[in-house]
Write a protein that binds this ligand. Structure first.
Ligand SMILES: C[C@@H](C(=O)O)C(=O)SCCNC(=O)CCNC(=O)[C@H](O)C(C)(C)COP(=O)(O)OP(=O)(O)OC[C@H]1O[C@@H](n2cnc3c(N)ncnc32)[C@H](O)[C@@H]1OP(=O)(O)O
Length: 327
């Protein structure tokens, strides 16, 4: 076994059971939620450290910013194995997501591009390690770490996009499904091969697929394991954008992400993403309305809101002055 997990946190739903509206403070549950989130993060860090020795120097996850400081790029680099993820890369993916969430260096970034290298996105878990070195318990630990890491990736304040050149297979498709958006090169493909290996998705991709395409289409994609091309993916709603035939996925993704990248008030965009993510993940409407109010209370008369209102005021005054001059 790689690591012993914290029994108090693993696998338990982290929803607030406390009644929220009309029963005392709407934020009453936030303290206990924060405590369990901390225990969960410690758990994940322990598993990541246990997985770190399983990999080579060549396989790595790279995180960098563009010159403007607003775009972050996360690259899965293991070209000799079609960017398959070793245990070391899973640990580095966990570290990179943590850095994006908490690191000062990435505070100014508003968009996140997730990509493979060379002609492929990612072929899933490194089968050499998975089949030869991992025990059953190691596999379960890996699943827990990757599920939570990809959940955290999706919940990042940055708007994220998977940039798919070439193929995405197995766990690679699960990474694709975890970002906010998906952009495919016109010749790219996507195949959830898990059932052909006598497996099911281990990184949360089954649940995310159903949420994205609905039950019937998910059955086709996951149980039938077809190799889907970019047009088929667009039809299913998995691809949000397909590149032109001579365009790279990177160029198409930069075009697609421009409205988020150019957003005048990034704090408001982050708040709006948080509301959408929370409403999607919580079926209890009172819980998500309370969250929405909490986000609103931070935005209302905050710096961005004041700036926007002052601009509107200035524009109105300028219009009035121009009208006066015309009279
Ligand atoms: C955990 C679970 C989950 O979904 O949750 C999973 O991810 S299970 C993992 C699911 N993934 C898979 O089953 C993908 C298996 N790979 C393939 O089907 C194929 O390699 C393709 C990815 C379609 C690429 O085919 P193509 O003919 O273009 O290249 P190729 O097969 O010669 O692959 C180039 C080199 O990459 C290696 N390679 C490719 N995928 C790999 C993987 N997932 N793990 C370890 N090595 C891998 C090949 O063995 C080969 O190494 P050498 O040059 O040394 O021979």
């Amino acid at each position: 076994m790689l690591v012993s997990r914290c029994a108090a946190t693993v696998g338990k739903a982290r929803r607030c059971a406390a009644p929220l509206r009309g029963h005392g403070s709407p934020w009453a549950c936030l303290g206990s939620r924060a405590a369990s989130a901390t225990a969960e993060r410690e758990d994940m860090a322990r598993i990541a450290d246990a997985l770190r020795p399983y990999g080579s120097e060549e396989g790595r996850v790279r995180l960098e910013k563009d010159a403007s400081g607003r775009q972050a790029w996360l690259s899965l680099v293991n070209p000799g194995k079609k960017n398959a993820l070793s245990g070391k890369m899973m640990a580095e993916l966990h570290d990179a997501v943590k850095e994006l969430r908490e690191g000062d260096e990435y505070k100014s970034t508003t968009t996140l591009f997730v990509q493979g290298t060379e002609d492929f996105f990612c072929s899933g878990a490194d089968l050499g390690i998975l089949m030869k070195k991992f025990t059953r318990q190691d596999g379960l630990d890996m699943s827990w770490l990757m599920q939570r890491t990809l959940h955290d990736l999706r919940a990042l304040p940055q708007i994220s996009v998977a940039v798919v050149n070439g193929g995405a297979m197995g766990g690679g498709t699960e990474i694709v499904l975890s970002t906010d958006f998906r952009v495919f090169q016109s010749k790219a493909n996507f195949r959830m091969v898990q059932t052909t290996l006598g497996l099911v998705p281990g990184w949360g991709g089954g649940t995310r697929l159903v949420n994205l395409v609905g039950r019937t289409k998910a059955l086709e994609v996951l149980c039938g394991a077809p190799k889907l091309d970019a047009d088929g993916l667009a039809e299913l709603g998995i691809a949000d954008c397909v590149s032109g035939p001579d365009e790279t996925a990177e160029a198409a993704a930069e075009r697609f992400m421009k409205p988020f990248y150019d957003a005048k008030y990034p704090g408001a965009v982050q708040g709006a993403k948080s509301i959408i993510g929370f409403a999607h993940d919580h079926s209890d409407i009172d819980v998500s309305l309370n969250h929405e109010r909490e986000v609103f209370s931070r935005a209302w008369q905050g710096e961005e809101n004041k700036h926007a209102l002052a601009e509107i005021d200035r524009a109105r005054q300028a219009r009035r002055a121009a009208q006066q001059q015309q009279k």
